[in-house]
Design a protein around this ligand. Structure first.
Ligand code: MLT
Length: 409
């Protein structure tokens, strides 16, 4: 008999965003006229065209593939040196990261899920609440949790509550945690962590031999120069953290697919016999066994993000989305709702009107304003009472969403 992974049955019905898409489709099917007006501010998917610098680089790369002399077959599993070196030069200069500590991939969602392959059983896993659901669901699939309770919280996970009182940056746990997922700028709350807060997390990780899985997919949206963009800006982080980054949101690569994970060679964990083992060779082995590299044209397109023209275009994109975030913040504040995030992050996190739940707000916005938002409860129990609006949209759509919020609330 073929035995299946029972852990999948512990998962809630559907992954959050497909579940939202299902509900939007049901509404659209039942209300075809209203469906024409729907504006989607749910999933954080980019809307603006790819930078010309990236498109031109990908065109050139495809033309190369059309010649015998410049044809490329399988690339290096870890990614081409030209891209890894460009990342070091433009994103990590002076931070003690080497090109061979960078692993190119086709997405941070995959990397943050796949990384569990290299961790053994029995780790105490800490996640923030609310949280990007991938961290939770992949741990459930891997058998690192028990069942979910009525609030959706899984037995065996350490939930670090994030709320308005702590500005959505969790307190250091009193007990033990072995793996700690941190995401700043945060998805979903749009919060950022200060240097002092990250320094405290690094100190905790070093003291407890823990590893921080730092998701910095939204670092490009940080505008305040005092806020760290990388965990490796914190002294000692190279021995206790890895970092996930992506081209998705910075340069519109959600459909193109390119990301990278930084695993310093100094990062170690413990084996069953208690000895220390570097993490880098394990991930290198995993990556080269299960992955054949992002495509050559895509890596050339990603490299172009760091060209002068690419940087200028990326700045225009970020300015555009952050302009949207400012408008959305303003509209929600004027409607009398508590507003968080959206200043150094492309997500605006909003308190629901009194007496309205997250999913209630989702229904209200969909049915009465034809706007798709993400219910905070979809990110964890502590997200109840909030909703998230994505600033990834055209300016015209965002202005219309603001008008509808004003009319609705
Ligand atoms: C989100 O909306 O939370 C993100 O777009 C999801 C993702 O990046 O996978």
């Amino acid at each position: 008999m073929a035995r299946l992974n029972d852990n999948f049955l512990k998962l809630k019905a559907g992954y959050l965003f497909p579940e939202i898409a299902r509900r939007v489709k049901a509404f659209s099917d039942a209300n075809p006229e209203a469906a024409k007006n729907i504006i989607r501010c749910g999933i954080g998917d980019v809307t603006e065209p790819l930078p010309a610098a990236c498109r031109e680089a990908m065109h050139r790369a495809i033309d190369e593939l059309g010649t015998r002399e410049q044809f490329h077959g399988y690339g290096p599993e870890q990614g081409y040196e030209f891209l890894r070196q460009a990342i070091v030069d433009h994103q990590f200069a002076g931070l003690g990261i080497a090109a061979d500590e960078i692993f190119i991939s086709d997405g941070s969602k995959c990397d943050t899920g796949n990384i569990l392959d290299i961790f053994g059983p029995g780790n105490t896993i800490a996640i923030t609440d609310p949280v990007y659901p991938v961290y939770v669901d992949t741990n459930v699939m891997a058998g690192n949790t028990g069942d979910a309770d009525a609030s959706g919280a899984y037995a065996g996970l350490v939930y670090l509550p994030c709320n308005a009182a702590n500005q959505f940056v969790p307190a250091i746990p009193e007990g033990k945690a072995d793996l700690i997922y941190l995401c700043y700028p945060n998805n979903p709350t749009g919060a950022t962590a200060t240097r002092e807060q990250l320094t405290a997390w690094v100190a905790y990780a070093r003291e407890h031999g823990a590893i921080i899985l730092y998701d910095a997919a939204y670092e490009a949206f940080i505008r305040d120069p005092e806020i760290p963009r990388s965990i490796f800006e914190i002294e000692g982080a190279h021995e206790c953290a890895m970092e996930f980054r992506s081209f998705s949101k910075i340069a519109g690569f959600t459909g193109v697919r390119c990301a990278y994970t930084i695993i310093p060679k100094a990062l170690t964990g413990t084996l069953a016999d208690g000895s220390r083992q570097a993490v880098h060779p394990l991930w290198s082995r995993r990556h080269s066994t299960k992955f054949n590299g992002a495509s050559y044209p895509v890596q050339r397109g990603a490299e172009a993000v760091f060209s002068d023209a690419g940087k200028a275009e990326v700045k225009t994109l970020i300015d555009h989305y952050m302009g949207n975030a400012a408008l959305l913040r303003e509209a929600c504040a004027q409607a009398g709702l508590p507003v968080f995030g959206g200043v150094n992050a492309p997500y605006v996190w909003v308190g629901c009107p009194a007496g309205v739940t997250s999913w209630g707000m989702f229904d209200k916005m969909l049915e009465q304003a034809n706007v798709v938002i993400t219910p905070g409860a979809g990110f964890g129990a502590a997200g109840e009472g909030y909703f998230r609006i994505s600033a990834f949209n055209s300016r015209a759509n965002v202005e219309e969403v603001c008008r509808r919020i004003g009319a609705l609330l």
